[in-house]
Write a protein that binds this ligand. Structure first.
Ligand SMILES: Cc1cc2nc3c(=O)[nH]c(=O)nc-3n(C[C@H](O)[C@H](O)[C@H](O)COP(=O)(O)OP(=O)(O)OC[C@H]3O[C@@H](n4cnc5c(N)ncnc54)[C@H](O)[C@@H]3O)c2cc1C
Length: 252
């Protein structure tokens, strides 16, 4: 068993009223291993130096017995620079839950553990459909940044209102379309699903759809893309990033 990698906050800034960007530093290996999707070990706000779990040889988390003060949550490294030893993570300050509370209280010197990482699930294609809410913006930004200059397609981005829009670099052939909830609480709007339902399937087979948002919205979009667009498993990746009214895992 090995100890978890622990990253240290160096900078905290608000990029929009509800998105807080946290810059963390660590060893080159720890930073290289912290993404693109990263399983974070989030300490309780009132216990910033918790009893960290360990990581078994097969990657399993080995939790200490008894209370440990750590919650496991999935996030996205918006940017990773192993040479500089820096990772950037954008936290939505949604007002509830240990990760949002940790981000709201984060200051330079605060610690976060890294329990593992996984791919974003995207695949390069000539035509991309990307659909997500603010929790998926870091992943969609990474996908669009890596997309070839000739990529065509559409990114549908649902946020609270105009103040939540961010600069999203995209190839010239990809339209970035913002959808505003304008007062509808997150997880209760059908904006993303309605926008996808209004799209005709683009011609050709060089097509990939990537979708992440609240689970119910993702379920509706996944069904539409599989049914109406006839997309097979290799042509889409659609997963719920959070569940309305439910924590992602129990907290201790
Ligand atoms: C692969 C993956 C990558 C992700 N990347 C990011 C990322 O880069 N940035 C990011 O902010 N999130 C990201 N998320 C989503 C994040 O993991 C969830 O929002 C998670 O629930 C936050 O944990 P928490 O401890 O704050 O809240 P939890 O304890 O999980 O939930 C507490 C309450 O808050 C509600 N809630 C959770 N998230 C939201 C939300 N966004 N808006 C409104 N209510 C909410 C829940 O429904 C629940 O009622 C990602 C999720 C996955 C699966």
């Amino acid at each position: 068993m090995r100890p978890v990698d622990v990253l240290t906050v160096t900078e905290v800034r608000d990029v929009t009223p509800t998105v807080r960007r946290v810059v963390l530093t660590g060893t080159q290996d720890a930073v290289a291993a912290a993404g693109p999707t990263v399983s974070l070990l989030v300490p309780r706000v009132d216990d910033p130096t918790p009893n960290w779990p360990g990581i078994a040889r097969d990657g399993r988390i080995v939790w200490p017995t008894g209370a440990h003060g750590v919650s496991l949550r999935s996030y996205t490294a918006r940017r990773q620079d192993a040479a500089v030893g820096e990772v950037e993570i954008d936290f939505v300050l949604h007002g509830d839950g240990p990760a949002a509370a940790w981000a709201a209280a984060a200051r330079p010197g605060a610690l976060l553990g890294v329990a593992g990482a996984s791919p974003l699930g995207e695949r390069p294609a000539g035509h991309l459909l990307l659909a997500g809410d603010e929790t998926a913006l870091p992943a969609i930004t990474r996908i669009l940044t890596a997309a070839g200059p000739g990529t065509r397609g559409l990114a549908l981005l649902e946020v609270a209102d105009a103040a939540e829009e961010q600069v999203v670099p995209a190839p010239a052939g990809v339209e970035v379309r913002w959808l505003h909830r304008d007062g509808t609480p997150p997880g209760e709007s059908t904006l993303l699903a309605d926008a996808v339902a209004a799209l005709d399937r683009p011609g050709g087979d060089d097509l990939f759809a990537w979708v992440a948002a609240e689970s119910a919205a993702v379920r509706a979009i996944r069904a539409d893309l599989r049914g109406r667009w006839g997309l097979g498993r290799a042509a889409h990746h659609a997963i719920g990033y959070w569940r309305r009214g439910r924590a992602m895992s129990p907290s201790q």
